[in-house]
Design a protein around this ligand. Sequence first.
Ligand code: B16
Ligand code: MG
Length: 214
Amino acid sequence: PNKCAIFDLDGVLVDTAKYHYLAWKELAEKLGFEFTLEHNEMLKGVSRMTSLDILLDVGNMKDSFTEEEKVKMATEKNNRYVEYISNIDESEILDGALSLLQELKNKGIKIALGSASKNAQIILKNVGIKSYFDVIVDGNSVSKAKPDPEVFTLGADTLGVSYEECVVFEDSQAGLEAAKIAGMLAIGVGQEKDLTKADVVYSSLEDFDIERYF
Ligand code: B16
Ligand code: MG
């Protein structure tokens, strides 16, 4: 029986991708090129500095900056992003997420966060779901990015559950791959065509059948 549910944050529990997009788009505009919603898809689940590299590649500016300049750009983008998320509330929680968290709690299932974001704590707090989590693993606690499984295994290790007893909810291929490497069940949330690495895909957490897995 599965004893632990591990949730990715952006794209699974909350829809913060649109704020990442706005902040990255502003940076691209300053640099003089357009960054579209389609481009933004490439940044989902990817770390901040890797996201910047992908963005600069879109603008054909991959090798135009020093490391120091890149850190400055990433910091500027993050400051804008933090401004956006400082005002979010429970209306940003994605469909089915709240009731699933509640049902898992009622069943005594351990709940972990496994997010690449360094802003996870503030997001969880602002949307009001922080108290559901038995452990929070985010971009501040790990050194290796998805598809490295560290962000999921650290949560399981902290809770003392074996990896085979964990179910991971993810909206990115890198995250699903990380779950599989760890030996965890990988539930994709989104479109089946995008999430080929998942064991099973649900278009929304609303459709997830909790009795089947827990
Ligand atoms: P930050 P997740 C990820 O969150 C986002 O999907 C990704 O777009 C972002 O670049 C990454 O966090 C880092 O976020 O700049 O706030 O540290 O999907 O892993 O919850
Ligand atoms: Mg995600």
